[in-house]
Design a protein around this ligand. Structure first.
Ligand SMILES: CC(C)(COP(=O)(O)OP(=O)(O)OC[C@H]1O[C@@H](n2cnc3c(N)ncnc32)[C@H](O)[C@@H]1OP(=O)(O)O)[C@@H](O)C(=O)NCCC(=O)NCCS
Length: 401
């Protein structure tokens, strides 16, 4: 049995391509379709892959691409987005992921990126590397026949049916305007748009190709599924820039004849539940983390976002995996932060993970302190931090990777 010591981590070459795909398919228990593979490589080019090799066999893999993500205060920040993390089942639990993440972080540091982000398959893997769940998502299931609108819900109209191809420029334009304002939402690069509009078979999971609804300030894409005699519409993505666009799209979606159930993922500040007369018509069917984050460079990351309360505090930050921790003075005036190492005594102590959890505004510092994840030497400092890190808009993942 090879130990991690006999494993080499190196940059991948085109000769590793088939082995990387085989490893990802084995790790995630799926098969890429021929219709998807070219887009997979366009989105995560092989030059950005790191592989762990045992002799001439590829037994571990990570890949990244630099993403642009909105942070609170509508600022755009570059972040390392990691994907495709897999270790061969023949080589698991010998430290290969740890080796890969050491190399991955060194690369991100060399690229000068303040944050690393990803979506995680399991919640127990990445805390040790300084990550925490940073954005949550909620999936609801709506009993369409029970979903009457309140008398106060407007019916603004303006929604039209379209084909995905003809709506593509409109969808891109709306997404870009939406992305610029929502914390956690990433710019969707051309490679991801190509995959999105290709509407590949694996994404359908037995449902139809996408149906498209457009409004001047929004769009909704959904699939239809008939299973065990039940008819469902699953919303694949919808974005509404205004309350009218939101109400207009939901008037059409909830008016879909021959549909019993509508499944949709919503942000925490989505007004949809408030449009309905019977709030129990919408049931939460899933609640979980959608994005994980870690600060790679505490001052760079903390000065990149804006804040909702003035602060003048000192944080003792412990990094369990790298050496990005230290004691930092954080000063905020009118939303804008300055942050630098200091020798002043700390008012609050926390793992760097906690800063990842707070960064996009999905979690409250007071709750994390109540969970014993923030050491509080100054109660007023915690109160200020708690308010300062909140976000005007609920954070939301822009696209899964
Ligand atoms: C998850 C996976 C990448 C781990 O790879 P690995 O090489 O076995 O991990 P390592 O041996 O380097 O483990 C590093 C640490 O993480 C822990 N760990 C690894 N996988 C874990 C898991 N699934 N759950 C809990 N802890 C895990 C190890 O116990 C070890 O802990 P320690 O060093 O702090 O004692 C691998 O099991 C895999 O490919 N799984 C299927 C695909 C997947 O889930 N990928 C992750 C996508 S986000």
């Amino acid at each position: 049995m090879a130990s991690a010591k006999s494993i080499t981590v190196r940059s991948a070459t085109s000769a590793d391509a088939d082995a990387i795909i085989g490893l990802q398919e084995t790790g995630f228990g799926m098969r890429y379709g021929a219709d998807e593979l070219p887009y997979r490589w366009e989105l995560f080019p092989i030059e950005r892959s790191l592989v762990a090799v045992d002799g001439d066999r590829v037994v571990g893999h990570t890949v990244d691409r630099t993403m642009t993500v909105t942070v609170p205060g509508e600022r755009q920040v570059p972040a390392c987005g990691v994907s495709g993390v897999a270790v061969a089942p023949t080589h698991r639990r010998r430290g290969i992921l740890r080796e890969l993440y050491t190399a991955q972080h060194a690369r991100t540091e060399a690229d000068g990126l303040p944050l690393t982000i990803f979506t995680a398959s399991e919640a127990t893997i990445y805390g040790r590397f300084g990550y925490d769940p940073a954005i949550l998502s909620t999936t609801i299931s709506i009993d369409r026949r029970r979903a009457e609108f309140r008398s106060t819900t407007p019916d603004p109209g303006g929604v039209e049916m379209a084909t995905l191809a003809e709506a593509a420029p409109h969808i891109r334009a709306i997404y870009e305007r939406w992305q610029a304002t929502v914390p956690g939402a990433q710019v969707r690069p051309d490679a991801k748009w190509d995959l999105f509009f290709a509407d590949v078979e694996r994404h359908r999971d037995g449902a139809t190709t996408l149906f498209t609804l457009v409004h001047p300030d929004g769009y909704a894409l959904y699939r239809r599924r008939w299973r065990d005699g039940r008819a469902t519409a699953s919303v694949w993505e919808y974005r509404a820039l205004t309350p009218d666009a939101h109400a207009a799209l939901w008037r059409v979606l909830l008016g879909l004849d021959l549909v019993e159930t509508i499944d949709v993922e919503i942000a925490d500040d989505d007004p949809l539940p408030y449009l309905l007369a019977d709030s129990r018509a919408a049931r939460v069917t899933d609640r979980g983390d959608s994005l994980w984050a870690r600060l790679m460079d505490v001052p760079a990351a903390l000065t990149a976002r804006r804040y909702r309360h003035d602060l003048d505090t000192v944080l003792a930050v412990h990094d369990p995996f790298r050496s990005a921790g230290g004691t930092f003075a954080l000063r905020v005036r009118d939303g804008v932060a300055e942050c630098e190492p200091t020798t002043r005594p700390a008012a609050l102590g926390l793992d760097i993970n906690v800063l990842g959890a707070l960064y996009f505004g999905a979690h409250r510092a007071a709750s994390l302190a109540a969970a014993h994840r923030v050491r509080v030497d100054d109660a007023a400092a915690l109160r200020n931090l708690d308010v300062a890190f909140t976000s005007e808009r609920a954070p939301e993942l822009g696209w899964f990777f």
